[in-house]
Design a protein around this ligand. Structure first.
Ligand code: GTP
Ligand code: MG
Length: 196
């Protein structure tokens, strides 16, 4: 389990991120899906990453140092309808640059709202990561907002849809930032990779 977490730096340029000398894990997904909230849940620090009820809160690449041994990275969300074309293009450049070039990036967690039917934008993003050869895992968020059965069926739909394009499924987790569902599993998964 995570003992210590601290904010390090925010950037729009992967070149200015901390020295890539520790394993790193990034959270990405649609605006408002719960990336920042999940970082707070995993670290047990309610206000470590800034959250908001309104989409578009996180705007930069944010590095958090965990137990002095690895980095957790909070990224801005994609698919925010109200943003301008220019902003969207800039987001693309910033995130693609980061994901493709960040040499210590071990894996990207793609967060998906567990309540929704499979969304094109999420499938596209997962497929893009696959094409780039970037290791990824899926995190279905906000499980507290519905019954266990509903979470099972809607997330199964997503996995099934993904299997149209993928030979096998990536690792996947069900989480809630509100009640802590998935905290142990997700932390153990990361720590396993960092200990290798
Ligand atoms: P951007 O930074 O805008 O891309 O959003 P984000 O993905 O970081 O989302 P954020 O963590 O700011 O959460 C968005 C909203 O969803 C906030 O109102 C959170 O309180 C709420 N939220 C996040 N995770 C959960 C969850 O697991 N359960 C519930 N009930 N609400 C959640
Ligand atoms: Mg955020």
């Amino acid at each position: 389990m995570i003992k210590e977490a601290s904010f390090v730096i925010s950037n729009s340029d992967y070149n200015k991120c901390p020295k890539p000398d520790k394993p790193e894990f990034a959270f990405i997904g649609r605006s408002n899906v719960g990336k920042s909230s999940l970082i707070n849940m995993l670290t047990g620090r309610k206000k470590l990453a800034k959250t908001s009820g309104r989409p578009g809160k996180t705007q930069l690449i944010n590095h958090f140092l965990i137990d002095e041994t690895w980095y957790l990275v909070d990224l801005p969300g994609y698919g925010y309808a109200k943003t301008s074309k220019k902003n969207r293009a800039e987001w693309g450049k910033m995130i693609e640059g980061y994901i493709i070039n960040r040499e210590n990036l071990q894996l990207v967690f793609v967060l998906i709202d567990s309540r929704l039917d499979p969304q094109g934008i999420d499938l596209e993003f997962v497929n893009w990561l696959g094409q780039q050869g970037i290791p990824l895992a899926l995190v279905f968020t906000k499980a507290d907002k519905q019954s266990v059965n509903k979470t099972q069926s809607s997330t199964a739909k997503f996995r099934k849809t993904l299997l149209r394009d993928w030979a096998e499924l990536p690792a996947w987790f069900i989480t809630s930032a509100t009640d802590g569902t998935g905290k142990e599993e997700l932390t153990a998964y990361i720590e396993d990779i960092t200990n290798k």
